[in-house]
Design a protein around this ligand. Structure first.
Ligand SMILES: [Mg+2]
Length: 400
């Protein structure tokens, strides 16, 4: 079997609301909502922990949130400010590994497998990242560490806010088994209910189901669900530049039917993807919406643009058109909405992009990380491990 990978998932706590509280000290300790106008069918983009006690959560209509928590302070979305803070935390991530896959402005996967010889075990890296984020932004992050993306993401969510959870081979099943199946990435309220009506409420119960049993309940999702229940997931961390497309997607806690909510979520995704395109001097020719219904059925709807662009408003125009067209024909409650930009080309017209050898490119980037650190802290600040050190330190028990 291949060596265990070391994946870190970092997720900022109530990100937009926390940025506002840190920018406006008088809001600290108070219920803060960031979102759209309650009269204009706006929705909550972020809710501070103080407001969550009242049952408020993101993607809820602002009007409803204010009914639940009338004393909350409502602020508009300051996307530029959040993007700025997001840039700061990504720079911290990139100082440990070039393999950073952002999921949104406040969340990313890091594959630190090859960074262990340089920086120490993933746990050390995770702790350092947390404290550097706090130092540089005065915000807290929750960190999850495991051998794959599914477990790392689950781990970061287990002790929010300010969490730090390591899932190892040894503790993975005891960690997973008591959790509700709803904790599985991609399982929404409807599937949860369906499974529950067949006596499957926990991941442990799911794990003991046979493929045939499960197939009768959830169809084609059975195999994937079983693998996840066993804590298995072999998806790679995909850093932006290796991707042929850039995307952002969101799984909802509850299936969402409200068109305005979907539009608002989509807008944020377009914003995020467009920013990543610009930062990488790329433009996209095609946009794609990914729509997953409550029963896991997934459809994609694409639109090819007249010419490549990384302008948010142009991408948004196309995305909105596609979503509205879908809504007018076959709308239904969604468990997941995603936006992807593909057909990527270099921003500088007419210039051919070269795609260098993957492994060499990875090493070259790791070199850049090392160089930056040596520049900053002196050339003896770090030394590369020998082959045997690499082997030793990659041992999964270092993850404990
Ligand atoms: Mg977050």
């Amino acid at each position: 079997m291949a060596q265990a990978r070391q994946i870190i998932h970092v997720d900022m706590d109530a990100f937009y609301a926390s940025v506002e509280q840190s920018d406006h000290p008088e809001l600290r300790g108070k219920a803060v909502l960031v979102g759209g106008d309650p009269k204009g069918r706006g929705v909550v983009s972020a809710a501070s922990y103080e407001s969550r006690k009242f049952g408020v959560h993101s993607a809820m209509p602002t009007a409803q949130a204010l009914r639940l928590c009338p004393h909350a302070v409502l602020l508009p979305v300051h996307m530029e400010r959040y993007a700025e803070v997001s840039h700061t935390i990504r720079e911290i991530f990139k100082s440990y590994t070039p393999l950073v896959e952002p999921l949104s402005l406040d969340e990313a996967f890091l594959d630190v497998t090859d960074s262990v010889p340089l920086f120490g075990p993933a746990e050390t890296i995770g702790r350092e990242i947390k404290s550097r984020i706090l130092e540089q932004t005065s915000l807290t992050a929750s960190v999850g560490i495991a051998s794959n993306k599914f477990l790392a993401k689950l781990a970061s969510d287990l002790r929010k806010p300010d969490g730090f959870v390591v899932i190892t081979e040894q503790n993975k099943q005891e960690t997973l088994d008591p959790l509700s199946v709803g904790r599985i990435w991609g399982v929404g309220r409807v599937t949860e209910k369906t499974l529950s009506s067949h006596g499957i409420q926990t991941i442990g119960q799911l794990r003991l189901a046979t493929p045939t049993q499960l197939k009768a309940i959830v169809g084609n999702a059975a195999e994937e669900l079983l693998r996840l229940a066993h804590g298995q997931d072999d998806r790679e961390v995909e850093p932006d530049r290796q991707c042929k497309s850039l995307s952002s997607e969101q799984t909802f806690a509850t299936d969402v039917a409200d068109g305005e909510v979907l539009l608002s979520v989509l807008m944020e995704q377009v914003e995020e993807v467009a920013q990543r395109l610009r930062r990488q001097h790329l433009k996209a020719r095609t946009i794609t919406l990914k729509l997953r219904y409550g029963d896991f059925r997934t459809v994609t709807r694409s639109e090819t643009l007249a010419e490549g662009t990384n302008v948010t408003s142009l991408l948004w125009q196309a995305a909105e058109k596609v979503l509205r067209r879908w809504q007018s024909r076959s709308a239904g409650p969604l468990r997941l909405l995603g936006f992807a930009a593909s057909g990527l080309e270099d921003e500088r017209a007419g210039q051919q992009l070269l795609f260098p050898d993957h492994r060499k490119e990875k090493l070259r980037k790791l070199d850049q990380v090392v160089d930056r650190i040596r520049d900053r802290y002196g050339k003896h600040a770090m030394r590369r491990g020998t082959a045997s050190t690499i082997h030793e330190q990659r041992d999964p028990k270092d993850l404990r």
